[in-house]
Structure formats: C-alpha cells, structure tokens
Design a protein around this ligand. Structure first.
Ligand SMILES: Cc1cc2nc3c(=O)[nH]c(=O)nc-3n(C[C@H](O)[C@H](O)[C@H](O)COP(=O)(O)OP(=O)(O)OC[C@H]3O[C@@H](n4cnc5c(N)ncnc54)[C@H](O)[C@@H]3O)c2cc1C
Length: 458
C-alpha cells in the first residue's frame, strides 16, 4: 500500500464510527452500491448510508479530509452517467435511509428530507387536498429530480418543478450546512435549482405544493398497428392543445410476462397519457380528437391527484435500463414519417419504449426569479429506453436508442434535459450559455476542487 492508500483506508475505517459504511469486500457492499438502475455497475471506494444531517456532515468532512470525493445519490434512477466513471476515490453517499416529509397546509408547502421519494410527499400532501409537481414514477426521489429541473404532467401549466423550490439546506464540502433561499445564499439558491449534485448534499428542500385534490388524467391505448394514424394525429393535436394539458405519446413493446395485465403482456402498443387541468366537460372536449381515434382502452377520468403517480405505468421496482434522449422542435409530416420508419408498425427495435413528451407552455418560458434550470426550450422531449439485463443487451439497447435519436436529428435542438440524460453528455448543453458559466462559478465558490461528484458533472 502507498501512504495515500494507507491514509485513505484508515480514514474510511474511521467513518464507520459516524455512519453505516460498506467497503469493498464487506458483505453488504454489493447491495449498498446497487442503484435503482440495475444496468449500472458503480464501484465506489465506499458506500456511506447516513440517517441524519450530522451523519451526512461527518462523512463529507472525513472524506474530503482524506482527499476523497463524495457522490450524493438518493435512489440511483439517474445513476447511468456515474457508472461510466472510475469511482476509486469516491464515497457514494446513499440517502435512501435519510427520508421524511412535513406538510404545512396553511402555507401550502412541504419540507422534504434528503432522499425522500415523491410517493411519500404525495401521500403526505393528499389528505390536505394538495399535490406536487412529481414526475411519472412514484419511487424517484425529490432531490435528484428537482436538482435537474423536473418534468411533470403539471408542467405545461406550472413550469419545471425546480421553480417550486422555496429554500434548500445544503451540506457543503467542509461539513457546514448552508440555508439557500431568495434572501440567504442567493447564488447557491439559484444554482441548486437545476445545477444537479455538484454543489453539496441537499439535506432538505422546501417546496410549494399545488392545489389539486383531483385531476382529469389517464391514458388512451391502441395496438401498434394503429401507430401511423395515432402518431400524426397526436402531433397535430398537440400543436394547439392548451397549456392546461400535458401529455406523452409512447410506442411500447412488452414481452409476454404473467405479472403484466393482458392489455400489456406480449403487446406492441401506442399509449397517450397525461393530465388535463380543467373541469370534466372542458377536459372531454380537449381530448375529443384523440378519443375519435377509437382507442381500445380509455382511462381518462377525474381521479384523486395522488393516483397520477401511477398513470404512466413506470416499472414498480429497480430495473436495468439504458437509453438516449434529445429535444425536438415542431414535428412536420417528414418528422413523423422518420419516427415511424424507426419504431412504427412491425419494426422491431429492441426498445421498451420510444416516448415523445410534450414540452412548451410554461415549461419553455424562462422565469425571472428562477434558478439554473427555470425552463426547457423545445416542443417535445424524445426519450428511448431499452431493458438491459446483460451487458450485451445494454450494448444492443444503446445502439437502438442512439439510432432513433440519430434518425430524428434533423428536428432536434441543441439543448439537452438534465433529468432525461441517461449517459455522460456535455452538461453545458443543459443550460443557457450564460447560466452554464455562472453555474461553474458558483460551484467553484461553494464546492472548491469539485469535491462533489454528480451524475452530470460541470
Ligand atoms: C422510471 C423513471 C421515470 C422517470 N420519470 C421522470 C419524469 O417524469 N420527469 C423527469 O423530469 N424525470 C424523470 N425521470 C428521471 C429522474 O427524474 C432523474 O433520473 C433524477 O435524477 C432521479 O433522481 P433520484 O434522486 O431518484 O436519482 P439519483 O440517481 O439518486 O440522483 C441523480 C443525481 O441527483 C443528485 N442527487 C440526488 N440526490 C441528491 C441529494 N440529496 N443531494 C445532492 N445531490 C443529489 C446526484 O448528482 C445524483 O447523481 C425518470 C427516471 C426513471 C428511471
């Protein structure tokens, strides 16, 4: 062992006094290092599992004193880019056991602890007739989603989720806790709303909640043989859909599995789902052109807003996935033809789904008092995902996803979406030019030496 390795090993051993810790060779190391995305093989120098702010601070202090870096991770839904790096000098800080939420119904806010999942926030808000700008999956954590912007089915009306943050508490590189709000540490407050895990460990976020006890939401489903009708009809419809509507269109393939409902098992389908923030009659009128396409399943109805977490049918448990994404502008007939040539009727691509998520509306409008990601320019997000249970399947799945994204490059915009980026990409493309430079300056100020390793580094 070199003297650095000896010092590091000793420092890591002392961490066991502060926090649950797993080192390579320990029995629990493999389980502790495994992220939600089971295709990601992340092998850090240690995995620390804190249960309090003090434990987070102790780990950060000890790690940085030993010359190590720290990678905060809540669930590992966004772990893809981390798995592409050497993590030999990195302590993975898993926040999965450091959770909790308090709702203040009068103020219409929730205060959310480090690694808390959206499903827990929504469960706490629902009894007060409130909800929050969560994404499509119940078990994504608030922190990683909000730190990247966050696209919800409330998005075209209410904007990216990061705009709903009122304040955050962040453990910095020296173990101190900074409160970031419009009045205190305003640069950190700006940076934390979109700047990812590069600045420190977010141990608490105060969020504005949304006043929806129920919502008109659901899905429409067709066999994939109808794709050539449904896809152009949806792109035409989405061009004039009001901002109160946020929907997604997916072309999906499911293997025959007994645990899947019959309408999914072994099926190739087209699904449109989302939410309409309007009264029932208005919502029905808005959806009429899509319903006129006679879907075989139509679940759109008024539902408790908490149930919107399940409308998108995201995998209910950790899953191995790979994928790629891009941001698209308006889609003309040639664009729809190009997409259908890749994923339309009968074309086997190996992808679990190809998704067009409708952007625009408030998602595309910059917010004056917003943070590093206050808006996302573009009309659609294109997201291609494959299930990848083996390294060979991961290679094939990535190739399939890249092929679809490449086929749509004539309609793609230069920007990328932080929360949809599954691979290591140029993170500068997630920010407006001046915001990118400002973010790097704030990071250098609050996290000198790039001690925090985010999935999307600056
Ligand atoms: C099935 C599925 C559905 C999804 N649906 C949507 C959707 O509808 N809309 C959308 O916008 N995105 C969606 N995403 C993407 C998801 O929002 C991102 O992957 C997000 O980063 C996940 O956050 P996490 O904390 O759960 O994941 P993690 O992998 O734990 O975190 C991602 C990164 O965030 C940072 N981070 C996490 N927690 C902290 C913390 N407490 N302090 C500091 N940094 C932290 C770290 O840099 C970390 O690498 C989805 C992803 C999946 C797999």
């Amino acid at each position: 062992m070199t003297s650095f390795e000896t010092t590091t090993a000793e420092a890591l051993e002392t961490l066991r006094n502060h926090c649950e810790l797993h080192l390579p060779g320990d029995d629990g190391y493999d389980a502790a290092r495994t992220p939600w995305n089971l295709a990601v093989d992340q092998r850090p120098a240690a995995v620390a599992i804190p249960r309090s702010v003090d434990e987070v601070a102790a780990v950060v202090r000890a790690a940085t004193a030993a010359g190590l870096r720290v990678a905060p991770q809540s669930t590992g839904h966004g772990a893809g880019p981390l798995g592409e790096r050497a993590l030999d000098d990195v302590v993975l800080l898993r926040l999965s056991e450091f959770t909790g939420v308090t709702v203040d119904p009068a103020a219409r806010t929730a205060t959310v602890v480090g690694g808390t999942l959206w499903q827990d926030v929504i469960a706490a808000a629902a009894p007060h007739g409130l909800t929050a700008p969560h994404g499509s999956a119940p078990d994504v954590a608030v922190a990683g989603y909000i730190l990247g912007g966050g696209l919800s089915f409330y998005g075209r009306e209410h904007g990216v989720a990061a705009n709903s943050v009122r304040s955050a508490d962040v453990v910095l590189y020296d173990g101190t806790v900074a409160h970031a709000s419009a009045d205190q540490n305003p640069d950190l407050f700006w940076a934390v709303r979109g700047g990812g895990g590069n600045l420190g460990v977010v141990v608490s976020i105060e969020l504005e909640l949304l006043p929806y006890a129920d919502v008109f939401a659901g899905m429409l489903l067709w066999d994939r043989s109808r794709a050539a009708e449904v896809v152009p009809a949806w792109t035409r419809w989405s061009r004039t859909a009001p901002e109160s509507v946020t929907t997604s269109l997916r072309i999906m393939s499911f293997p025959p599995l007994p645990e899947l409902p019959p309408f999914l098992s072994g099926r190739d389908i087209v699904v449109i789902d989302g939410a309409v923030l309007a009264d029932d009659d208005t919502a029905a009128a808005i959806l009429e052109p899509l319903r006129a396409l006679r879907p075989e399943l139509d679940t759109f109805a008024r539902i408790p807003s908490a149930n919107l977490l399940f409308v998108h049918m995201d995998p209910p448990a950790p899953t191995p996935t790979v994928g790629d994404h891009s941001v698209l502008g308006d889609l003309d007939d040639a664009a729809v033809t190009a997409l259908l040539a890749q994923v339309g009727d009968g074309t086997a691509t190996g992808l679990m789904f190809t998704e067009l998520r409708h952007l625009g509306g408030a998602i595309a409008r910059p917010v004056d008092a917003g943070g590093a990601v206050s808006h996302i320019p573009g009309v659609y997000a294109l997201l291609c995902v494959a299930v990848a249970p083996t390294p060979q399947a991961a290679v094939a799945g990535k190739a399939a996803a890249f092929a679809v994204v490449r086929a749509m490059s004539a309609w793609s915009l230069p920007n990328l979406i932080h929360t949809f980026a599954e691979n290591r990409v140029d993170a500068g493309r997630m920010y407006d030019g001046e915001d990118w430079a400002r973010l790097c300056l704030v990071r250098d100020d609050v996290a000198p030496g790039a001690v925090f390793v985010a999935n999307h580094g600056l």
